[in-house]
Design a protein around this ligand. Sequence first.
Ligand code: XLS
Ligand code: NI
Ligand code: NI
Length: 439
Amino acid sequence: MDRYFENIPEIRYEGKDSKNPFAFRYYDKDRIVLGKPMREHLPFAMAWWHNLCAAGTDMFGRDTADKSFGEVPGSMAHAKAKVDAGFAFMKKLGVEYFCFHDVDLVPEAEDIKETNRRLDEISDYIVEKIRETGIRCLWGTANLFSNPRYMNGAGSTNSAEVYCFAAAQIKKALDLTVKFGGRGYVFWGGREGYETLLNTDMKFEQDNIARLMKMAVEYGRSIGFTGDFYIEPKPKEPMKHQYDFDAATAIGFLRRYGLDRDFKLNIEANHATLAGHSFQHELRVSAMNGMLGSIDANQGDDLLGWDTDEFPFNVYESTLCMYEVLKAGGLTGGFNFDAKNRRPSNTPEDMVYGYILGMDTFALGLLNAAKLIEEGELDAFVRNRYASFRETDLGRRILSGGETLASLSAEAERLGKPTPPESGRAEYLEGLLNRAMFS
Ligand code: XLS
Ligand code: NI
Ligand code: NI
């Protein structure tokens, strides 16, 4: 196993003044923050697909990085080398979880029986590594978007046979997730949407997606999966419109089909911005509905309109993210770096730098958010802002549900005009955020 990343030392915390590129400056795993060690606040996960599979191919050019790990890509020997390299990588960084798609683990065969056999073989090997290292699975998923059979969707396909293959892949991916002791199972509906409504029965497609999710819940529970199912919302890309557009849309869908007891959301930062929201907005919507489950920790680019999946370095974003997470009482999942190196960052060192960057960014975010919570000024401000509902007779009557439009109209006439509203103090509060970040 140590054949991989040999030249890279184990990454340790050295503090903010360290000039060592292979050290954490903020992520200090055992440091206690708000009564809990950092590593428990921040269950970090490695994304198998970006880290071990993707090698820089884009729409205009081929691979720039070598992810062969010394074996011939497309072989089972290569699949095993990826396991060795992946576990060596996670050990070096102290990353305790991984996330995977079925087809990240083995090359897909023409016949699904052979693919499943390969998955059995590789998963036995992964289980050995899990036992050896204590590294665990955060969540698993089935890739229902790459194979050409899914060009018209998976759960939303027009073909009953394709639907059947989607079900088969989900079953297998659930088996693997349970075999790896995974905490969660993700549905990201990459092809669940449409290119044109002229050929689409939207209601039919959504009913069918829900049916597939119900089958997944039934099967998962029957094989002892006790974790959460997650929907990962994304508004578009690859489809023009995707049904799990954003957190609010996904929650509405889950409630409509009675799936909300088994499902929560996996919120990805870059998907939030594609939907025209902030990361914090998506987290808040999920949390206030009791549905904040897990996070795909990455970052988009303000100048580019697609899922650039950058390693997160924006500390304002990670601070506001951690503020939401702490206030929600933590995650049932964790922080999966659904992130990739920029195409010209093509060495093994760059893979390590990406994770150091991401882990330090979230550690800093955690420290800042804890400061904001301990100072308590934001909380107090928000509480106070709605005081008229709690501290006046009129407000209390409204909240108790006893008022009507007619009674309130009579009250308005009695008042003549309301007391002028108070300042929202945005700039002052933004200053408090800066103070927590930089003092
Ligand atoms: C793609 C998604 C995908 C999911 C897992 O945009 O982020 O990587 O996280 O299928
Ligand atoms: Ni993702
Ligand atoms: Ni994404």
